[in-house]
Design a binder for this molecule. Structure first.
Ligand code: ADP
Ligand code: MG
Length: 691
C-alpha cells in the first residue's frame, strides 16, 4: 500500500485525543512521518550511579536509585515536598519539589524504591536534586539498553506518548531500500539502520556526532532528503519543458518602445537589463516562470508595464494581480496613465466592483477587448475568463499562496497553453532558498535604485520619547510642508483594539497639529473610503496619515518623507523594511522613526538594530533569515512547511552534488523508485515545487 494512503485506514472516524491532535499539528500522520521525527537530544538512562559517586558535569543529569527514608511537606514559607533517599553506597540524596501532587507522595512513600534522574547539586543539606524525574521500581528492574530520545514536541503532547507512537511508527514504516544497489555512497548505512540508530542509539554512541549531525546515520538521512528534493525539482523542470506558451515577440518600434518614449523618466541600467531578460524569455514558446525581485522603490512597476506592453503588442492579454485594493488601484491609475494614451483598454476587477460594472469587466476579459486586467484576488475567481491570456503578473508575490499562482496559470488551459508568469517581490529570496522552494525558478534582480534618492535615516526611540517625536512632526509639517505616515501596530487578537489604538493616536495628533489635516486609514474601512483617504494624501491635502498596516505594501506617495512606526518591536524585519520603503521615494531626505515599548526580546533588539544599520533590502533579507530561519522566512502559506528538514544546501554541498548526479539516473532508469522516493520524503509538499 502506498505510504500516503495508510493513514486513512488507521485514523478512520475515531474521535481524536489531545495528543493525537497535537501530533497531527506537528505533521505526524503517516508511519513514515513518525519514523522521520528525530530526537533533538538524548538522555542516558542506561546507567545507575551510586549516590556517593554522583556528580553533575555542566548540568548533565545523573540517574540514581534508592529507598525512600523520609517524605514530608515543609510548610515554612513556600510549601515544598522534601524526599530523602539512600542507596547501598550509604549516601543520602534530598529531592525537592516545589510543584507537586498527592501522587508524588504516593509514589515516593517511605520504604518505596524509586529511580530518579536530574541535575545533582550540592546544597546546604548535602546532595540534592530539584524536580528530578522519578518512577517507582522493583529492585534490579532492567535498565534502558539504548539512550532515551527526547523529541521535539508541543503542549499537550507528553514525551512518553510521543516515544511510544514513534517507536511503533518506526517499526511499521516501510523503510525498504528504494535505491538500486551501488548508488548510495558506501560510507552510509542503510536507511532502516540509520533510523533505528538515531532513535535508539547504543549507550556508547558518540553524542557529539549525533548532535552536530555529522554521524553517518544523519548523513544518510540528509542524502535521502536531498535526493528526493533533486528528483522532484528535476521532474518539475521536465514537466514544464513540455508545457507550451504563446511566444510573445517584442516588435521593433512596438508598444513597449512607445511606452518608453512617454515615460517621465529614463530606465535605470538595472531596469533595462531585467526588462531585456524578461522580453527574451517571453519570446519563447515555453511558459516563463520568473521572479522579479528588487528592493522597495526600485521601480518594478514600470518593468511590469513594459512586459505587459510586449504581450499586448503580440496580440495577447495581460493580467496584473496585487494583494490589496489600494495597491491594485494604484497600479491601475499608473498603468492607465501610461497605457491608455497609447490606445489600450485596461479593465479593473476587485471584490468591490459589483453588479453591472463587474459584468462589463468580465465580458471585456472574456471577449478579449480588455487587453490588460488589473485587480486583486478577484482576478483568479472561476467566473473570470480570458480570451487570450498571454502574461500573468503577480505583484508582492509572497502575499499569495501556491494555489493562487496555480489558478492564474490555469486561466489559459482551454487552449492547451499556459500564460507566462512574472512574479514580483521586494523581499529578495536568497539563492539557496529559491532553489529549495521553487523548481527552476528564473530570477531577475533590480539591484539599483532610481537616481536622486536620498537614503532614509532610521532612528530608534523608546516610546517615552513619543512627545519629542510629535514635536518633530509638527515642526516638519508646519515649516517644511512635509507629509507623514504614522503606522499603528496590528494587534492580532483584536481588530477592535487596533482600531481604538489608531483612533486615539489620530485624536492625539489632530490636537497637536491644529490647522492641519490628519487622516485615518484602517482595515475596517470600505475599499472606497480607503481609496478616498489615499487620494487625499496623494494630493497633499492630508499632512499626517495615521494607518494600521493597510499601507504595508506598495503604496507610492513620493512626497511623504517621514514615517513613524509605533510598537516597532511587534513587526517582522521584512515588514518593517517594506513599511519604511513608503518614504524615501522622492528627492527629499527621509526619516523613519521606530518607536518601541520595552523590554525588548533579543530578536526584537536585533531587528531594530538591523533596521537602523542598513537600508539594503538584500542585507535585511539575509538578517531576517538568520533571525527567523527559512521556514518562517518563506511564510507558512507559501512553503507549507520547510521542505528540507535535515539537509542544508550550503553545509551539505558534497551530499547535494551526489544527489544531483543520481537524480537524473533514477528518473530515467528507475522511475518507480524515483516516484516513491519523492513520496516518502516530501509527501504532499512535492506539490509546492511545481508552483
Ligand atoms: P517598487 O519596486 O517598490 O514597486 P515602484 O515601481 O512603485 O517601486 O517605483 C517607485 C517610484 O519610483 C515610483 O514613483 C516610480 O514611478 C519611480 N521610478 C521608477 N523607475 C524610475 C526611474 N528609472 N527613474 C525615476 N523614477 C523611477
Ligand atoms: Mg511595487
Amino acid at each position: 500500500m502506498p505510504e500516503a494512503d495508510r493513514k486513512e485506514t488507521s485514523a478512520a472516524n475515531k474521535p481524536k485525543s489531545a495528543p493525537q491532535k497535537a501530533m497531527e499539528k506537528l505533521g505526524l500522520l503517516r508511519d513514515i512521518d513518525l519514523a522521520l521525527h528525530l530526537p533533538m537530544r538524548y538522555e542516558d538512562e542506561t546507567r545507575i550511579t551510586p549516590i556517593a559517586e554522583a556528580r553533575s558535569h555542566e548540568g548533565e543529569a545523573v540517574q540514581c536509585e534508592g529507598e525512600v527514608l523520609e517524605c514530608r511537606i515543609e510548610t515554612r514559607g513556600r510549601r515544598v515536598l522534601l524526599v530523602k533517599i539512600s542507596d547501598e553506597s550509604g549516601a543520602e540524596l534530598l529531592l525537592r519539589f516545589i510543584h507537586f501532587y498527592p501522587s508524588h507522595q504516593k509514589t515516593m512513600a517511605v520504604g518505596a524504591r524509586i529511580r530518579v534522574r536530574g541535575e545533582l547539586r550540592h546544597g546546604f543539606f548535602g546532595r540534592e536534586m530539584v524536580h528530578p524525574t522519578f518512577k517507582a521500581v522493583v529492585e534490579g528492574a532492567a535498565l534502558a539498553t539504548a539512550l532515551t530520545p527526547v523529541y521535539p514536541a508541543s503542549n499537550g503532547l507528553p514525551q512518553a506518548y510521543l516515544r511510544r507512537a514513534i517507536a511503533s511508527g518506526l517499526s511499521r514504516a516501510d523503510l525498504g531500500e528504494l535505491l538500486p544497489a551501488g548508488v548510495v555512497p558506501p560510507t552510509l548505512p542503510a536507511l532502516r539502520d540509520a533510523l533505528n540508530f538515531l532513535h535508539h542509539p547504543p549507550p556508547q554512541a558518540r553524542l557529539s556526532t549525533l548532535e552536530d549531525h555529522s554521524h553517518p546515520a544523519w548523513q544518510r538521512l540528509k542524502f535521502e532528503e536531498l535526493l528526493a528534493q533533486q528528483i522532484s525539482q528535476m521532474q518539475a523542470q521536465r514537466e514544464r519543458a513540455l508545457l507550451k506558451a504563446p511566444a510573445l515577440m517584442a516588435k521593433r518600434g512596438g508598444l513597449h518602445e512607445q511606452l518608453l518614449a512617454v515615460l517621465p523618466f529614463g530606465l535605470t541600467g538595472a531596469q533595462q537589463r531585467v526588462s531585456e531578460e524578461i522580453a527574451q524569455e517571453l519570446a519563447l514558446p515555453q511558459p516563463m516562470h520568473r521572479l522579479l525581485q528588487g528592493d522597495v522603490g526600485s521601480g518594478k512597476t514600470v518593468v511590469a508595464a513594459l512586459a505587459a506592453a510586449v504581450a499586448i503588442d503580440a496580440g495577447w492579454q495581460c493580467a496584473l494581480m496585487a494583494p490589496t485594493e489600494i495597491l491594485a488601484e494604484q497600479h491601475f491609475k499608473k498603468l492607465v496613465g501610461w497605457l491608455e494614451p497609447l490606445g489600450l483598454k485596461v479593465a479593473w476587477l476587485t471584490g468591490s466592483v459589483k453588479g453591472k460594472a463587474r459584468q462589463k469587466m468580465l465580458d471585456a476579459a472574456a471577449d478579449g477587448s480588455a487587453q490588460l486586467v488589473i485587480g486583486t484576488h478577484a482576478v483568479i475567481e472561476d467566473k473570470v475568463k480570458f480570451a487570450r491570456l498571454g502574461l500573468a503578473i503577480i505583484d508582492e508575490q509572497h502575499r499569495f499562496g501556491v494555489a493562487q499562482r496555480l489558478a492564474l496559470r490555469k486561466k489559459l488551459a482551454a487552449m492547451d497553453l499556459e500564460p507566462h508568469l512574472l512574479m514580483m517581490s521586494a523581499t529578495p529570496i536568497p539563492r539557496t532558498l529559491a532553489m529549495t522552494y521553487f523548481a527552476d525558478l528564473a530570477v531577475s534582480t533590480i539591484d539599483e535604485l532610481p537616481p536622486g534618492r536620498t537614503p532614509i535615516v532610521t532612528k530608534v526611540f523608546a516610546d517615552s520619547k513619543r512627545f519629542n517625536v510629535i514635536e518633530k512632526i509638527r515642526d516638519e509639517v508646519v515649516n517644511k510642508a512635509a507629509q507623514v505616515y504614522w503606522v499603528c501596530p496590528l494587534i492580532e487578537e483584536s481588530e477592535t483594539l487596533d482600531l481604538n489604538n489608531a483612533t486615539e493616536t489620530h485624536a492625539e495628533l489632530s490636537a497637536a497639529l491644529d490647522g492641519y489635516v490628519v487622516g485615518l486609514l484602517h482595515g475596517r474601512m470600505t475599499p472606497a473610503d480607503k481609496a478616498a483617504v489615499m487620494a487625499e494624501f496623494t494630493a497633499g491635502r492630508i499632512s499626517v496619515l495615521v494607518a494600521t498596516t493597510v499601507i504595508e505594501v506598495g503604496v507610492d506617495v513620493p512626497n511623504a518623507s517621514l514615517m513613524v512606526i509605533e510598537h516597532a518591536e511587534r513587526f517582522g524585519l521584512s515588514q518593517l523594511h517594506q513599511l519604511r520603503g513608503r518614504v524615501g521615494r522622492g528627492a527629499v531626505a527621509s526619516v523613519c522613526v521606530l518607536l518601541y515599548t520595552g523590554p525588548l526580546s533579543d530578536t526584537g533588539k536585533s531587528r531594530l538594530k538591523a533596521m537602523a544599520e542598513t537600508n539594503d533590502g538584500f542585507e535585511i533579507a539575509r538578517r531576517d533569515l538568520d533571525i527567523r530561519g527559512p521556514g518562517e522566512f518563506m511564510g507558512a502559506r507559501q512553503s507549507g512547511a520547510e521542505l528540507l528538514r535535515f539537509a542544508d544546501l550550503q553545509e551539505d554541498s558534497v551530499l547535494l552534488q551526489a544527489a544531483r548526479r543520481l537524480a537524473p539516473q533514477l528518473l530515467d532508469k528507475h522511475p518507480q523508485a524515483a516516484r516513491r522516493q519523492v513520496e516518502r520524503w516530501l509527501g504532499a509538499k512535492a506539490e509546492f515545487l511545481k508552483a
